[in-house]
Design a protein around this ligand. Sequence first.
Ligand SMILES: *Cc1c(COP(=O)(O)O)cnc(C)c1O
Length: 394
Amino acid sequence: MIKREIIPLSVPNLSLDILDNVKETIKTGWVSTGGRFIKEFEEKIAKYVKVESAVSTQSGTAGLHLALEALEVELGDEVIVPTLTFIAAVNPIRYMGAEPIFMDCDDTLNMDMNKLERFLENECDFINGKVINRKTKKQIKAIIVVHVFGNPANMEKLMEIKEKYNLNVIEDATEALGSYYLDGKYKGKHCGTIGDIGVYSFNANKIITTGGGGMVVSDNQRLLDRVAFLGVQAKTDCLYFVHDEIGYNYRMTNIQAAFGTDQIDKLEKFIETKIKNYNLYKKAIGDIEGLNLLPFRTDVRSNHWFYSVIVDEDKYGIDRDELLIKLNNDNIQTRPLWRLIHKQKPYLDNEVYKIENAEFYEKNIINIPCSSNLTEYNVMTVIKKLEEIKNASI
Ligand SMILES: *Cc1c(COP(=O)(O)O)cnc(C)c1O
């Protein structure tokens, strides 16, 4: 049997018009961390998410690292993070010599803010404006919140907690460019623009891509200046190359930005397609007993980056892992949720707080094809296969 062409999970949506920009970088020689596209891309992102300015980086991970640097997270500090996320949201804490504390998720897959509050109330002391973890006697300096799969986290509750406990909030908005709130205190505000610092990513599987790349935003110009400064080797004098601190080579290149200035113009179109395909899936999957397409919050405009399906083995007939194998064997690229971070080897000894929901979702979710260049025909093919597998299993 000849296999159908692969339907990928999440791939870039690129077009050849980017070549004009790339040619310019070659002709002018501006291929490294200087050049007009960098500034242009930073300005376009800032305008899109409605902030004053933005600082580009070579990856989202680099952006998160610089955010922790700017907020002065240090050796021996602790930072609260979700366990249900991609590991890049957590590793930068270790780069700083600090340790993560893992939180559970709620049914939006985002950090459970009630548990977070209970942890701070019951397990920590608040002394001289500092949160001290009773168990370790260490200071908790910050919370990294992730807007998982583009579904906005409960920032209203988180910012209340932040104020009450005097904690820093970093928004990992790497999956949520284009998601914003439609209601409540942060109506009109984009994910990434509410906490102290927000970070976006333009890795190849993200909603827009520069190959690799990231962007940092903040309302606090001092913090943003620190991020910019530390990202260019902390150079204090450009002529004599004076450096008073340790910095990083983290600034975006002009080639990456040459992609970015083109991709950002297409973002709204991509989101439109993602929402359209999500709704196609929703209608059909609603009729397949044992499968449940996870909703996005309805009081937001979500970018619908990744689609998650919960598999109920008893009703669907086969379990999640068997379904994964069958779909992948049929050239429909699907994958399970990330292994929870508190169960990953580097973090086995770290503190966890009442993790329950995340375990359930880790076991039962598959992510199904969601690229913004997925055709209606592709979506229908996936749906048909999901129906077929169910019918064959009963
Ligand atoms: C993609 C991603 C990152 C890292 O972004 P890179 O640009 O790949 O370094 C960080 N956190 C989360 C949640 C991500 O999905």
